[in-house]
Design a protein around this ligand. Structure first.
Ligand SMILES: [Cu+2]
Length: 89
């Protein structure tokens, strides 16, 4: 199956928008860099363990969330950026 993203997160002005989402297990979350500099989104806690790498301006990258729980998402370049993702059944 090729499902589209269940949620899209914008990174603009060093802020994740929205800053909190709830998705279902197996959903795709799309990260869009709407800034004019790079970001590096990764999961700091939870067992999701993703790191999408350095993401240039204008790029979209998708993450599939396969494990239940709460994930604290951060940016390696801008530590103040915070996003909370709750993955439910
Ligand atoms: Cu950043």
């Amino acid at each position: 199956m090729a499902a589209g993203p269940a949620a899209t997160i914008s990174q603009k002005g060093r802020i994740f928008t929205p800053g909190e989402i709830t998705v279902k297990k197996g959903d795709v979350v799309r990260f869009v860099n709407d800034d004019f500099y790079g970001h590096n989104v990764y999961a700091e806690t939870g067992n999701a363990g993703f790191d999408i790498g350095l993401q240039p301006p204008g790029e979209e990258r998708d993450v599939v969330l396969e494990k239940l729980g709460i994930i604290d998402v951060r940016c390696r370049i801008h530590p103040r950026m915070q996003l909370k993702i709750t993955v439910t059944e």
